[in-house]
Design a protein around this ligand. Sequence first.
Ligand SMILES: CC(C)(COP(=O)(O)OP(=O)(O)OC[C@H]1O[C@@H](n2cnc3c(N)ncnc32)[C@H](O)[C@@H]1OP(=O)(O)O)[C@@H](O)C(=O)NCCC(=O)NCCS
Length: 185
Amino acid sequence: MSVHLPTALPGCVLRAWRESDRADLVRNANDRRVWRNMTHTFPHPYTDADAQLWLAIAADPGASIQLAIEVGGRTAGGIGAIAGEGIFSATAQFGYWLGVPYWGRGVGSAAAAALAERIAVEQLFARLEAQVFQWNPASMRVLEKAGFTREAALRSAATKDGQLIDTVLYARVLRRPGGPPASSG
Ligand SMILES: CC(C)(COP(=O)(O)OP(=O)(O)OC[C@H]1O[C@@H](n2cnc3c(N)ncnc32)[C@H](O)[C@@H]1OP(=O)(O)O)[C@@H](O)C(=O)NCCC(=O)NCCS
C-alpha cells in the first residue's frame, strides 16, 4: 500500500517510519500516560535502544502495516494493523498512539479513519479489531469514528499498571463471511 497517506486533518499524514524518526519517537513514546493505554509490547521507559528495535521491525512489517503519524512535519506517533497468523490471517489488530502534546487535536481520529479506510478500499484484511482498556474512552471514540463497532465487553481480560481490567472489543468488518479472505487470497 502507499506509504504516504493523507488524512482529513491538514498537515497530518501517515507515512513509512524512517531512521531520522528516532529522537521524536523516544520523546513521544517515553511517557507513562501513553504506555498505560498500550499492550505489553510497548516498553516503559522507552529508550533509544527500544526505538532502534522498533524502526527495524517497522522496516520489515511482512503482512502487517506500520506507519508513522506525522503532524506539521514532526513525528507525532504511530499507527498500524498487525496481521494475524494461521486461521486469523484475515484479521488484523488495529492500533495507534500519539505523544501527549498531540492529544485532543483530532489527530488520532484523522489517522485512524484514514488508515482504516485505505485498508477497506484495498481489501487488505477481512476484519480489523482493537481491544481498548475500559479507562480509555477517547480511543473508543476514535474507533467509532473510524467505522468500528463495539462488539463486546471482555471482563477481567487484561492486566495493566498493576490492575486487572475490563477491555472493550471493537471491530470493523470489511468482508462478509463466505467469500474469499482477501483480494489477493
Ligand atoms: C487515544 C488517542 C490516540 C486519541 O487521540 P487524540 O488525537 O487525542 O483524539 P482526538 O483528538 O481525535 O479525539 C478523539 C475523540 O475522543 C473524545 N474524547 C477525548 N477524551 C474523552 C473522554 N475522556 N471521554 C470521552 N470522549 C473523549 C474527543 O472528544 C473526540 O471525540 P469527538 O471528535 O467526537 O469530540 C491518544 O489519546 C493516545 O495516543 N493515547 C495513548 C495511546 C492509546 O490510548 N492508544 C490506543 C490504544 S487502544
